[in-house]
Design a protein around this ligand. Sequence first.
Ligand SMILES: [Zn+2]
Ligand SMILES: [Zn+2]
Length: 293
Amino acid sequence: MAYQVLLFYKYVTIEDPETVKDWVKTRASELSLTGRVLVAEEGINGTLAGTYENTDMFARELLADPRFADIQVKTSGSEFDPFPKLSVKVRNEIVGTRFPKEVVDPRKRTAPHLPPEELRAWYEQNKDFVVVDMRNDYEFRSGHFKGSINPELENSRDLPEALRKLEPLKDKTVLTVCTGGVRCEKMSAFLLSEGFKDVYQLDNGIHGYMEKYPGKDYLGTLYTFDKRLTMDFGGEREIVGTCYKCGEKTEQYVNCADNSCHLHFLICGACKKDDGTYCSDACEAHVRESVHA
Ligand SMILES: [Zn+2]
Ligand SMILES: [Zn+2]
């Protein structure tokens, strides 16, 4: 593949987020990288793409900073440049949850990390545990761990509202998962703060697991927040995504052509329309009316 995509995060106190942002922006630009990086007082979270040589160089330089030395940078390939541009920003949080910092701060307290090897063993031993998928609902649709629970989050901010659905799991062994692990640091910490007794988070997320065990236990594809939309690491897999309209198996995403809706959903080849696909008759009517108005 022509491009390599880096995925990295760390919760660590950054006293000077602006300085780190400026460095990332400068170096990534010089190396012609694209992607998105967030820097906050609580840490760094990013995904960058470029040639193998340049992304490797960036990763080496990032890890040369003692604050980031133990980051486990995850990598994947892409046939094309998956990002339209480079965006590096300072934010209040590196994952937008709006949990109060007194309650949820992964630098102080978070659930223990479960290595992929352990999860594989749990599956093999038929251990009594539950996987809770902390990604957004639409990400879950194209692929997920077998038997996992989908709290149907529209956004990482929704977890407190979804908590009622997870209440029955309070005394169970719960493993939270997300794409690369950054969301679970907060999500699992939140579950602990809510009195869940035995919570783990999957080390390096689904990405890390699929790299080690392609085609195992995780069904379908992994959603990505770039032009690839989904990816895998080889291995046999079944398609678990189903068309929002007709239920046919599919892994193709589309946005509702009604810009005021913009729902992100799975669509099959037969239901996809070249002149714009709508999630509902209401959205289609909405656009048709405004055209004629
Ligand atoms: Zn369809
Ligand atoms: Zn719509």
